[in-house]
Design a protein around this ligand. Structure first.
Ligand SMILES: Nc1ncnc2c1ncn2[C@@H]1O[C@H](COP(=O)(O)OP(=O)(O)OP(=O)(O)O)[C@@H](O)[C@H]1O
Length: 267
């Protein structure tokens, strides 16, 4: 099967600062890759490169065989965002409908096609019950469902999620990750999932991309999230402790003692 995402020899510098170099990553349909790493290690920048919003210093990125470019219809994007608190008049269904507009350049779906697509995805993410409510009135978990629906309504081949678990309680974190997992299984959607909280995604992760200190590691959870690998990347002792089904990471410079989430069970 052809990869959905192919990153070849990718290097990104901002001025003289190297975020990562010679990064090679191919992602197959239906694969879920967790993108982890310390603040400022370049996780969002990687997503911006894939979205065609940031040029690489060196290397190439192709999505479904096409060079990365803005407005790719093959990509759905859940941007890093906190609560929608402004008094926006948009209802949940309006926000989801915007996900159909970006790629269509003014060619509306015929007849009731647009409404059917929006209703169908709202149903899939469990948001039908609040489809007509203003988004600012929704809880954090409800808003996250709507954002994911917006990213999925155009039926992308690749879903990019930038910290979708931020500020969600453990139940909503579980629900959000389960939702993304269901969709990639049903539609074979490939997923890059940027998160600081590994435990809610641990049951679903195929591979991990870890960014730190201008370096990266790619592999299974066991290959990357271990004391030896992270100590080598951070050049200081880092402990990865498995307690039951959860991973605790301690000793990452600049982070609290427990780096990854310490509340949600991965079961
Ligand atoms: N366009 C830019 N020009 C220069 N520096 C930038 C630019 N965009 C981001 N940076 C810097 O590059 C570093 C990486 O930023 P990025 O947002 O990719 O990190 P991140 O891993 O997503 O961080 P976090 O976990 O805090 O969200 C940061 O120090 C940021 O300030």
């Amino acid at each position: 099967m052809a990869p959905i995402l192919a990153i070849r020899d990718a290097t990104l510098y901002y001025g003289s600062r190297r975020l990562w170099a010679q990064l090679n990553l191919t992602v197959e349909p239906g694969e879920l890759v967790a993108v982890l790493g310390a603040n400022g290690s370049g996780k969002t920048s990687l997503l911006r490169v894939i979205l065609g919003q940031q040029r690489l210093t060196n290397g190439t990125v192709t999505i479904a065989g096409h060079s990365a470019h803005r407005g790719s219809k093959d990509i759905g994007y859940v941007p890093q965002q906190r609560r929608i608190d402004t008094l926006t008049p948009l209802r949940a269904r309006d926000l989801v409908g915007l996900g159909l507009d970006g790629h269509r350049w003014g060619l509306p779906l015929p007849g009731g096609g647009r409404r059917r697509r929006v209703d169908a995805i709202l149903g899939e993410v469990g948001a039908s019950g609040f489809a007509n409510r203003p988004v600012w009135l929704l809880s954090g978990g409800e808003q996250q469902r709507v954002r994911i629906a917006q990213a999925l309504v155009s039926e992308p081949k690749l879903l990019l999620c930038d910290e979708p678990l931020l500020a969600l309680d453990p139940h909503s974190q579980q629900a959000t990750t389960a939702l993304v997992d269901e969709r990639r299984r049903a539609e074979n959607t490939a997923v890059l999932f940027v998160t600081h909280e590994i435990n809610p995604v641990l049951p679903y992760v195929d591979r991990v991309l870890y960014l730190a200190g201008g370096q990266f590691r790619i592999g299974s959870v066991a290959e990357v999230l271990n004391s030896e690998t992270l100590s080598e990347m951070y050049q200081t002792p880092v402990d990865v402790i498995r307690t039951g089904e959860r991973l605790l990471v301690a000793g990452v410079p600049g982070q609290s003692a427990v780096h990854h989430d310490d509340v949600a069970s991965a079961s």
